[in-house]
Design a protein. Sequence first.
Length: 230
Amino acid sequence: MRFPLIQLHNVTRRFLLGETIIEALCKVSLTIYGGEFLAVWGPSGSGKSTLMNLIGLIDSPTTGEIYFETQNTRQLNDNELTKFRGNKIGFVFQNFNLIPVLSALENVMLPLQLRGVNTYTTKINATRILEEVGLKNFITARPDKLSGGQRQRVAIARALVIAPKLVIADEPTANLDSNTSKVIIELMREMNRIKNVTFIFTTHDPRLLEHVDRRILLNDGQIETDEILQ
């Protein structure tokens, strides 16, 4: 039996731009189950990043409720949200967001160090994850010595090292060529299967949608279609 991981109930997000109210999402209801591999796609300005920020608990809805497992996230204060997010959600960004002066290993160790995990355990776990994403021979390399695809592998390893329930990847292939993009999506898919971690990624590239179990098309801040493929 599948269990809901994320539930959005009638979620709306508005922004104030000057004196104009922009409605980025409008009354979105959505359930995401544990272990899914899901893509959110749509044109620029459709609300994809806004939806990811809400699901990732980086932002809060203007109206509506968001549940993570059984927790109503509106009941958490800022400090509780930060801790909750740090324990349960990994993030992968299109610009990689790696620290240039740190090696691949040190970048992956960082989330565990911030949680106060001892150095020995942190190093062991980070090394294992880097090996799993195919970077066994690059753990001492700094980001400027890595290709774009390798940097994104480091970012995926960093997201996974905390053993999250959910990984959110906002346009993770936007800065990669088409072949590398396919490899990165296949890697995320493999990690999803091996670790049973829920993955949600956004994309504007329809060629990547064949790799997912479910795809959600956003348009003008609303869900236009929600297709389960497998």
